[in-house]
Write a protein that binds this ligand. Structure first.
Ligand code: GLN
Length: 496
């Protein structure tokens, strides 16, 4: 069952090969087995999971089940879950229990999914290695000495180790795609505004996007169907119809114009990663797609632009965590100022503090024009580059990351090197474009991801290209050994 996708597990439930309770018990068993080594979850909700699974089994028996009813899911701990602790992997929120569900969590609940727990992540989603979590780093299931990527490293590690067939995630500068690449799973960041941000703890509101990590592109299409759509409670949610993504998966590859970005194949790209990505292009070519090179001359400016815009927005979003309105409160404050200062000093980790300080600086009266305004202008130029490129091609393809997973601790002392990890992913966030990463091979025994970027709301086309690739290859079905294999659900009992 280790190789099973969400689609096949859902089919198994429907065919009554096993019940949701059996499936849930099997996945909870895997979590118990893997958690001490991987640290992929912050909270495990075994009891409520079994209750939700029993309710799902009733729906299945009554014939009122939807496509995801009874399927286990893990939510990134950035999404508010009513009654269940939501920490954002910060000491600041280590005892926060939200009184409501994020829109996305509510949609998955309505769909009948079974929440197994909350995934570990970088603190407030700031990081590329999961090492900034207050709850400790997540380990890469392919090699415990390596990082899983970040910030959605818990989600990616959990799906890679088959602790759940899907995990929700968020992507502000690459946090779905980069860990998906480093853990050998499929990661989808939809168009900005396609999926509601209501109840998702804000990092940089003009860049943040909710999405999902799954085994396959087909699974990503199934889950996007459940979470996409307009939400009046999110003012940046976009009111455009949600297509039938499963039907869109069948789009033909013949005549599809794929652009490869000159800027993504330069210095800094590991040759073994480049080789795996170039090999993947040959697969689409064989299916009838054409490949041409396109240039986005302003793209190399995306990392410095992001590291002005994202900290600026985070410094204002995180102002609410002051020990009064939200978050950790220090002991015995002398006065109000002391309460603010010590609560924030104690509650936030050092990367979060670095971002808040940078953000406050670039927004300050004397430096606003020189940094923030300049960054917004460059962002507009990057947007224009993408618009021009999508006049020539239907999809852009390139590497997701410059290297495979690096060692735990290798980059923690040098933030700039850490920031450069997102060099290929940040552009899509600055322009609000849908993008995904799918497994395309291995280098030095570790997974490599290929990235697809589409025009706004072209998720269907992008998923179709990923699905076509996954029908020709089996990289996405490879799972690291040692985690899931011992825990098979009983296939004899059937549903009650
Ligand atoms: N790694 C990037 C950062 O540290 C992106 C994080 C994200 O997408 N949430 O900001």
């Amino acid at each position: 069952m280790a190789d099973q996708t969400l689609a096949s597990l859902a089919a198994g439930l429907k065919a009554r090969k096993y019940s949701s309770v059996e499936l849930t018990k099997a996945f909870l068993g895997r979590i118990e087995h893997a958690q001490p080594a991987l640290n992929a979850l912050v909270t495990v909700t075994a009891e409520s999971a079994l209750a939700a699974a029993a309710a799902a089994d009733v729906r299945i028996a009554a014939g009122t089940a939807g496509p995801l009813t009874g399927v286990p899911i893990i939510h990134k701990d950035i999404f508010c879950t009513s009654g269940v602790r939501t920490t954002c992997a910060s000491k600041m929120l280590s005892n926060f229990i939200s009184p409501y569900d994020a829109t996305l969590v509510g949609k998955y609940k309505d769909a009948g999914t079974v929440m197994l727990g909350k995934a570990n992540m970088d603190e407030f989603a700031m990081g590329s290695s999961n090492e900034t979590s207050f709850f400790g780093a997540v380990k890469n299931p392919w090699d415990l000495a390596k990082v899983p990527g970040g910030s959605s490293g818990g989600s990616a590690a959990a799906v890679a180790a088959r602790l759940a067939p899907l995990a929700t995630a968020t992507d502000t500068g690459g946090s779905i795609r980069q860990p998906a690449a480093l853990c050998g799973v499929t990661g989808l960041k939809p168009t900005y505004g396609r999926v509601s941000r209501y109840g998702m703890i804000a990092f940089a509101s003009s860049l943040d996007q909710a999405g999902v990590i799954t085994v396959s592109a087909e699974d990503a299409a199934l889950t996007l169907q459940a979470m996409a759509g307009f939400d009046p409670r999110d003012s940046t949610s976009v009111d455009v119809p949600v297509p039938d993504y499963a039907a869109e998966l069948q789009q033909p590859m013949r005549g599809l114009r794929i652009g490869i970005l000159t800027e993504f194949f330069g210095e800094g790209l590991d040759p073994a990663v480049e080789q795996a990505v170039r090999d993947s292009l040959a697969v689409w070519q064989k299916l009838g797609a054409t490949i041409q090179e396109v240039s986005l001359p302003n793209l190399p400016l995306s990392v410095p632009t992001y590291y002005v815009v994202a900290p600026a927005e985070c410094s204002s979003n995180l102002a609410r965590f002051d020990g009064v309105r939200f978050g950790h409160r220090c002991e015995d404050p002398k006065d109000l100022l002391d309460l603010y200062k010590r609560s924030r000093a104690e509650g936030f980790g050092s990367e979060v503090k670095r971002r808040i300080m940078t953000g406050t600086y670039v927004l300050s009266a004397g430096y606003y024009d020189a940094y923030y305004l300049k960054a917004q202008r460059v962002r507009a130029l990057i947007n224009q580059d993408f618009r021009r490129a999508f006049g020539e091609v239907d999809l852009l393809v390139g590497p997701t990351t410059p290297t495979v997973a690096f060692g735990l601790g290798d980059k923690t002392s040098d933030p700039i090197t850490m920031y450069l990890n997102d060099i290929y992913t940040i552009g899509a966030n600055l322009a609000g474009l849908p993008a995904m990463s799918i497994p395309c091979g291995f280098a030095a025994g570790l997974p490599v991801g290929v990235q697809l970027i589409g025009p706004h709301f072209a998720e269907g086309r992008m998923l179709a290209a990923a699905h076509a690739y996954q029908r020709e290859t089996d990289w996405h079905l490879r799972a690291p050994s040692g985690w899931a294999a011992d825990f098979e659900p009983s296939t004899t009992g059937g549903a009650a």
